[in-house]
Design a binder for this molecule. Structure first.
Ligand SMILES: NC(=O)c1ccc[n+]([C@@H]2O[C@H](COP(=O)([O-])OP(=O)(O)OC[C@H]3O[C@@H](n4cnc5c(N)ncnc54)[C@H](OP(=O)(O)O)[C@@H]3O)[C@@H](O)[C@H]2O)c1
Length: 297
């Protein structure tokens, strides 16, 4: 931890006093030298973090949609330098939304990168519609637990995969069917799926390709998509997209509406004070956390 001056804001930005931050696998990977580390290496000091919720304390001259005192949340400058692990963050006003009053700062911070990933992949890439049959891998994780709820909201029939230990959690999110990967190989037991959210990429895509219907869609959360799997997918007329989340105030507004109505909820399984950021990272690093991990400021 170190003390630096609060950032100056541009005319299109707001200054947010941060109350909660959420931690993602990309934070952990970047901290340990992969993911965004190379891309951000030119920034000194490099401040990790993109997911924040807090209070507007200053606004730029051209900002009209937020006032000082508003509670806001958002994914800040992703794929750039978000500088989220800080007491004050300068955020473009078109990347945040007002925090619904029925949820805490922690629940709001949780519903930024992970929720936006789910929102963007289901709407922009998969274009999910009522009646679609969708299979979601890592359904008990950060992205997965929002994806199950949003896909249900969009009217899909949802199959969620997690370990058997998290079966009840995935069913309570609204999944119509659960598959425990420690008891069952999904590619042997389900087929003709319209849309698969593949959380692992690489060789796992062969399993997804087996389960998806001819002409279906696989959305990969990771970029490891080999030429061989793309060739095999062509034979089945299957499209494989790599969906990479981007900061998006419009998407955040949609998520805020769903949270306000109770159509989706953030499940926060771990909350740490800022002084225990290391423990929050170690927890996410296990790859076994349920829902989201949050740090309060
Ligand atoms: N492309 C993008 O824009 C984007 C955005 C966000 C995240 N991601 C990537 O997507 C992946 C998931 O992110 P996340 O934030 O959801 O991660 P996460 O919260 O760390 O996911 C943890 C969950 O994964 C489940 N899991 C682990 N192994 C599994 C398996 N073999 N089958 C099914 N579920 C399994 C665990 O459930 P069990 O304990 O039951 O095993 C746990 O609940 C990460 O690799 C992340 O980097 C990509």
């Amino acid at each position: 931890m170190s003390d630096i001056a609060a950032p100056n804001i541009n005319e299109n930005e707001i200054l947010i006093k941060v109350r909660a931050i959420s931690i993602n696998p990309v934070d952990v990977k970047t901290r340990s030298g992969s993911a965004m580390a190379k891309h951000l290496s030119e920034y000194k000091p490099l401040i990790l973090g993109w997911d924040i919720a807090g209070v507007v304390v200053e606004r730029g001259n051209s900002v009209e949609n937020f006032n000082i005192g508003d509670d806001v949340f958002g994914l800040i400058n992703f794929l750039g330098h978000g500088k989220g692990y800080a007491e004050y963050v300068a955020a473009p006003a078109d990347q945040v939304a007002k925090k619904p009053s029925n949820i805490s700062y922690g629940q709001a911070a949780a519903a930024t990168l992970a929720a936006l990933t789910a929102w963007q992949l289901l709407n922009n890439y998969a274009k999910v519609k009522s009646g679609d049959k969708i299979l979601i891998q890592a359904a008990s994780g950060g992205v997965g637990h929002y994806a199950v709820q949003i896909a249900k909201y969009l009217g899909a029939y949802v199959i969620g995969i997690s370990s058997s230990a998290n079966r009840q959690f995935v069913i309570e999110l609204g999944a119509d069917k659960h598959i425990a990967y420690d008891l069952e190989a999904f590619e042997e037991t389900v087929q003709d799926i319209d849309i698969i959210v593949d959380a692992f990429a690489g060789d796992n895509l062969y399993k997804s390709l087996k389960a998806v219907k001819r002409g279906g869609i696989i959305i990969s959360l990771l970029p490891m998509i080999g030429w061989d799997i793309l060739e095999k997918a062509k034979e089945k007329n299957v499209t494989i997209h790599y969906s990479l989340v981007k900061s998006d105030g419009g998407g955040m507004k949609s998520i805020a509406d769903l949270l306000a109505r109770g159509s989706i909820k953030s499940h926060v399984s771990g909350t740490y004070p800022f002084s225990q950021m290391k423990d929050a990272h170690l927890s996410v690093e296990t790859g076994k956390t349920i829902g989201k991990v949050v740090v309060t400021v």
